[in-house]
Design a protein around this ligand. Structure first.
Ligand code: SAH
Length: 353
């Protein structure tokens, strides 16, 4: 699509003021190639971020408590059929103790992530959630995949505040191609259940997936806007050699930053992480994402002996580093971008309204 300079100004102005862009306009912005034009897009997103959520960057402490997984997502390194993964489950006591330690560092949210591990029943998750809440003053985000309404309800009642369940791609045919053993409708059902149960809900997608077009990516932006997602995690696809997609090229930094910018423009006051994946394809990927609309970081606090085995993609940032080092490193990175570190739980502003 060719849009005149004057049209470009008009679209950027709309992006700044309302974010109410059409699919066509989103495709146009995602297709920008000229460096100066892309810079203007990212700066517009940064201005929206400044106006809608301010300068605070929230730090969430990530604990990857199990890499057991029943599913076979064709991009993911810990998929069930990958025989080369050394599988682990952290004991419940150790999960609670790790969370307590992270909160003692001044971090207000614990993110509990795992593969789809049925051993962690809703009852066991409740024990973990209650154990953490009894010992530490923090918000809890779960990222454990698809469950029934009743399980989500039980975990919410036990005190879970938020749930991250990336929609992965909003295009049904692409979703089905990437998830041979799952259903697009079921993923949507989960997101809707989580919303109706009062969780702050995080959706999100990968950028540069095999077969994905800019039109597909525009669907992701429209999707998170329509869902009114509280959080949106966006990272590049990174091929893992132990998966069926191991030979495909990775998503690029440039395209990922444009998607983060569009997500900011579309969600206005959403919580947008500068993801570990974007930090894994570029040494300053997270700082660049923070300047393109992001306002959250999720450093990894998984004990070192486990984290080496949570390899959803290769060369994952900090996979060999001591959690203590990550703590200082992340704070320095935030401050280097001229931003401030958020205190408290950093709840969704959408939810408070
Ligand atoms: N089992 C949980 C958590 C999955 S891991 C769930 O289903 O929600 C968290 C995210 O990592 C996934 O949602 C996916 O978007 C991302 N991911 C997995 N493999 C990846 C890869 N090869 N490259 C980039 N991101 C990947």
């Amino acid at each position: 699509m060719r849009i005149s300079d004057c049209g470009f100004n008009e679209i950027l102005n709309k992006a700044l003021v309302t974010g109410d862009l059409s699919r066509e306009e989103i495709v146009f912005l995602l297709s920008l190639e000229d460096e100066a034009d892309v810079k203007r897009l990212l700066e517009t997103a940064d201005a929206v971020r400044q106006a809608c959520v301010g300068d605070d960057v929230y730090i969430r402490g990530l604990i990857e408590f199990s890499n057991m997984c029943a599913r076979n997502c064709s991009y993911c390194g810990i998929r069930a059929d990958n025989p080369d993964v050394h599988r682990y489950r952290m004991p419940i006591d150790e999960i609670i103790e790790t969370a307590e330690h992270v909160v003692s560092k001044g971090i207000g949210t614990i993110v509990l992530q795992s593969g789809e591990d049925p051993w962690f029943t809703a009852d066991r998750m409740r024990e973990i959630i209650r154990g953490i809440k009894a010992r530490a003053d923090c918000a809890i985000t779960l990222s454990i995949g698809e469950r029934t309404y009743d399980e989500y309800k039980a975990m919410k009642e036990a005190g879970a505040d938020r749930f991250l369940l990336r929609h992965e791609t909003a295009v049904r045919s692409l979703y089905e191609k990437l998830h041979p053993d799952c259903s697009f409708d079921e993923r949507q059902r989960c997101l809707n259940d989580l919303k109706s149960l009062g969780y702050q809900v995080g959706a999100g997608c990968m950028v540069g997936l095999p077969w994905q077009t800019v039109e597909d990516m525009a669907e992701d932006i429209v999707f998170v806007r329509d869902l009114n997602a509280d959080m949106v995690g966006i990272g590049p696809f990174i091929p893992h050699p132990g998966t069926p997609l191991g030979d495909h090229p990775a998503g690029t930094l440039a395209q990922t930053l444009k998607m983060v910018a569009l997500a900011r423009i579309a969600t206005r006051n959403g919580l947008l992480p500068a993801t570990t994946a974007v930090g894994s394809i570029d040494p300053f990927g997270r700082e660049k994402a923070l300047k393109a609309g992001a306002n959250v970081v999720m450093p990894n606090y998984t004990p070192l002996k486990y984290r080496v085995d949570y390899e959803i993609y290769p060369d994952k940032k900090c996979i060999n580093e001591d959690p203590e080092q990550c703590h200082g490193c992340m704070q320095a990175r935030i401050l280097s971008t001229g931003r401030t570190i958020g205190t408290g739980p950093g709840h969704s502003l959408k939810h408070l309204r």
